[in-house]
Design a protein around this ligand. Sequence first.
Ligand SMILES: NC(=O)c1ccc[n+]([C@@H]2O[C@H](COP(=O)([O-])OP(=O)(O)OC[C@H]3O[C@@H](n4cnc5c(N)ncnc54)[C@H](OP(=O)(O)O)[C@@H]3O)[C@@H](O)[C@H]2O)c1
Length: 302
Amino acid sequence: MTHPNLDNQSGTVAVLGLGPMGRALAAASLAAGHPTVLWNRSPAKATALVARGAILAPTVADAVDRASVVIACVINYEAVRAVLSGLERPPSGTFVNLSSGHAAEAREMAGWAAQRNVNYLDGAILTPAPTIGTPAATILYSGPRTLFDESLPRLESFGGSSAYLGADVGTAAAYEMALLDLFAMSVGGLAHAFALASTEGIAPTAFARFARGIGGLLPDMADRFADQLTSGAFAADISTIASAGSAIGHVRDAAAARGVDPTPLQAVQSIIERAIAAGHGGDSYARLAQSLVPADAVEAAR
Ligand SMILES: NC(=O)c1ccc[n+]([C@@H]2O[C@H](COP(=O)([O-])OP(=O)(O)OC[C@H]3O[C@@H](n4cnc5c(N)ncnc54)[C@H](OP(=O)(O)O)[C@@H]3O)[C@@H](O)[C@H]2O)c1
C-alpha cells in the first residue's frame, strides 16, 4: 500500500537522526551509492556526511518528502514521535524505525502509521555503530513482509545480516529487549566481578585472563537453555540450581565483607531461592528462566 499523495524521489534514502548510529547508517547508504538525504535536530552533525555527498534537508518534512525509504534512528520512540510531530503530512515512503524501544512501543507506532496510511517497518540494530556497512552488522526487522522485501535493496547497504522476523511488528523490538537484558546483566556481572577482584588486590589484567573463560561458557549454555526450555526437561548434567545457590551465597558474603554492594547478587539469589522453594533445586540452570515467568506464559513460549 503506497501513500497516494506524494511523488517522492525513487530510491532516495532519508536518515532522520545523526547520533553515532544514524551517521553510520547514512555513511553506509552513501557508500552503497544511494542518494541520501539527512535531517537531525542538531544539523551540524551532518557536516562530514554532506562533504561525502549527502543532502542536508532544512526540515524533517523536506527530508521525508524526498525519500522512498525513511530511516528513523534517534534515541527512543518518544524522540521519533517528536520528530514526526514536525510533519504536516505523513511519510509517503516506507518508514523504517530503527530507534530502540520495546515491543508495545513498536506496535503503538505501527498503529499511528496505519491510521495515516503509512507503510511501517520496525527494526532493531543489534551491533555497534562501527559494524554498520560491514559484514559484522546485524539488524532485525518485523512488519509486513512485502515492505521488507521492497526495502531490502536499500536496507542491505547497512551491511551484514538483515533478518526478517515476521509480520508482528513488535518482534524485532522484543528480541532487542531480551538481548539487551542479557547484555545489561552481563555488563553488570563484569563490573561487579572486577570490583570484587580489586578489593583483594587482583590486577585487572590478571583477572581479565580468567574472566574471558567465564564469558566463553555462555554460547554453549545458550544452546543448552534453548534445548531444555523447548523440551521442558531440566536434567542437571553439569550443575544444579541448589549448587548455584550455595556458590552465590559465598560470593555475596565475600562482597559484603569487602564493602562491595551485594545487591545484584541478592537479586539473583532470590531467583534461585524461589526455584528451590518450588522444588527445582536438583534441576539445571535453565529451569530458572521458567521460574521467572508466570506459568501460562511458559506454555505459550514453547
Ligand atoms: N550507537 C550504537 O552503537 C547503537 C547500537 C545499537 C542500537 N543503537 C540505537 O540506535 C539509536 C540511535 O543511537 P545513537 O548511538 O545514534 O545515538 P543516541 O545518543 O541514542 O541518540 C542521539 C540521536 O537522537 C536524537 N534525539 C534525541 N532526542 C531527540 C528529540 N527529543 N527530538 C529529536 N531528536 C532527538 C539526537 O539529536 P541531536 O543530535 O540533536 O541531539 C541524535 O540524533 C538508539 O535508539 C540506540 O539505542 C545504537
